[in-house]
Design a protein around this ligand. Structure first.
Ligand SMILES: Cc1ncc(COP(=O)(O)O)c(C=O)c1O
Length: 493
């Protein structure tokens, strides 16, 4: 009864299942994948935002395929103010999401089975969008060599007579890499030579971490170009459902494309009136929201760097912009198994690299927009596990019965006698009275530690069954332990 194109494997993946299970047990998960800006305690100017949605003009129905002119003009002003691009509002079409923008452009360019070249690694939504439009995606690799680069040689090899365009994500999610100036030129030359369109996703354009403003594709005149962006990232308001397509390039192609796109948009008329009247105000809000987000992202990135500098188990890859960062981790298991382990043992959610089609294991993707305290705590847990992964520790357990009648918590210890001896020596140093005084341990923590020593060779743990307070105690303890280890590693170097 159903189409092949919707014949997706809809079963939950193992990571989602593990997450649901741990959450159902009442454990609070530290979400290092947080990407919903409305739930990370940014300060939005509620009065202005909600006020903008009550324009009396919204009582009028004015079905305009491309969207209301006042909203499109506001988008053009944004490009002029932020990206020195002088755009004609008549070449802008409003859509309800960037995804909708993609689907219009895919429909415009491709017959069923036609191909588009897409970066790899990149954003996983493409697959579904392409399935729905009967388009075939052919990946071209981004290669990591002193930062991420487009592999133009592979792009050339990926070309077939059915190729219609090249998708670039500028900067890419999750690699955080912008299309460089020289790549911009190469891409134009490639597309011109093969009569291809460029589809540029610029939702993260305004979030540079390298202190530079990067050129937008919105006024690229060299080849037919569709630039996609919207309020979901620019003003951190995904709930408002406002995005756009800017069309640029050789005049005759632009005119033809706009005429056809207008019919596609007219078929759906997906923008509602109140939101369109609000666009100028909501776009203006970007200034304050971007300021907050940039400061959040930079603070989290520098905290991450500070923590990474004190260990050797993992490193981060270079990032130029956007909300995400990629960690390179030891490949002792698949990324998915590692991510599941982090959920089950540490209560930390990260994305395994394979979600984004990384070519091999050894990559985790973290979001940088979460609250600083959550982020720091998540990194602590993550790095403890990475350190122990590297050292091939086995697990034994900390009982916390003193504070909870059932308590017992997983703790890492060495596997063989020699390692065990070293670990005990280490613990003796970590927990000597001076060290404890120095860190102002309180009586509860002392008791917890003494108790842990007593029971540490027991082999069963029920972390999930600890109450929230005990879980918190446990993490405080591990945090201190980690700080001390970092301190020692520093000293050692
Ligand atoms: C690269 C990229 N493009 C597009 C989107 C989706 O944007 P929208 O909410 O406007 O559909 C996302 C969302 O995370 C994204 O990462």
């Amino acid at each position: 009864m159903f189409s092949d194109r919707t014949n997706w494997k809809l079963a939950h993946n193992r990571l989602t299942e593990a997450l649901e299970k741990v959450r159902a047990g009442g454990t609070r998960i530290l979400d290092l994948t947080a990407s919903n800006p409305t739930r990370i305690e940014l300060h939005y100017d509620a009065q202005t935002i909600l006020g903008a949605l009550t324009s009396p003009s919204a009582l009028d129905y004015d079905p305009q395929a491309k969207g209301l002119p006042s909203a499109r003009q506001a988008v053009a002003r944004y490009y002029s103010a932020e990206h020195a691009a002088d755009l004609d509002a008549e070449k802008i079409i409003l859509t309800a999401s960037t995804s909708e923008g993609y689907s219009y452009v895919f429909r415009l360019l491709c017959n069923a089975g036609d191909e588009l070249l897409v970066p790899k690694p990149s954003y996983p939504l493409f697959e579904f969008l392409a399935d729905l439009q009967d388009v075939k995606l052919v990946p071209y690799p981004l290669i990591y060599d002193h930062g991420w680069q487009i592999d133009f040689h592979s792009m050339q090899l990926a070309l077939t007579p059915r190729t219609r365009g090249v998708v670039v994500v500028h900067p890419n999610n999750p690699t955080g890499s912008y299309v460089r100036e020289n790549e911009f030129e190469q891409l134009n030359a490639f597309c011109r030579a093969h009569n291809l369109a460029v589809i540029a996703d610029e939702v993260f354009l305004d979030f540079p971490l390298d202190g530079r403003r990067h050129r937008s594709f919105a006024d690229n005149q060299e080849v037919l170009t569709f630039t996609l962006s919207g309020l979901s990232k620019i003003s951190a308001m995904p709930q408002m459902k406002v995005s756009w397509i800017v069309t640029s390039g050789p005049q005759s192609q632009v005119n033809e494309a706009m005429a056809r796109l207008e019919v596609i948009a007219d078929t759906y008329l997906s923008m509602n009136a109140p939101i369109q009247w609000a666009v100028p105000v909501l776009l203006e809000q970007r200034k304050e929201i971007q300021r907050q987000l940039m400061s959040r992202v930079k603070a989290n990135l520098s905290e991450l760097d500070r923590r990474l500098a004190a260990q050797q188990a993992c490193q981060r890859l270079a990032v130029e912009g956007g909300w995400y960062v990629v960690l390179r981790v030891p490949v002792t298991q698949t990324d998915e198994d590692l991510a599941i382990r982090l959920i089950e043992e540490d209560g930390v959610l990260v994305h395994p690299g394979h979600f984004y089609d990384f070519p091999g294991d050894g990559h985790l993707v973290l979001s940088l927009i979460n609250r600083e305290d959550e982020f720091a705590e998540g990194i602590t847990r993550l790095l403890i596990t990475m350190r122990h992964t590297r050292q091939l520790f086995a697990s034994i357990f900390l009982s916390a019965a003193l504070m909870s009648p059932i308590g017992a918590i997983a703790m890492p210890v060495p596997q063989d006698d020699h390692e065990r001896h070293e670990q005990e020596e280490h613990e003796r140093r970590v927990y000597d009275p001076d060290y404890r005084d120095y860190h102002n341990w309180d009586a509860r923590e002392d008791e917890a530690y003494r108790h842990w020593l007593e029971v540490k060779h027991r082999t069963y743990v029920e972390y999930d069954r600890l109450d929230a307070k005990m879980q918190h105690e446990y993490w405080k303890w591990r945090h201190k332990h980690a700080e001390h280890e970092e301190h020692e590693e520093h000293e050692h170097h």
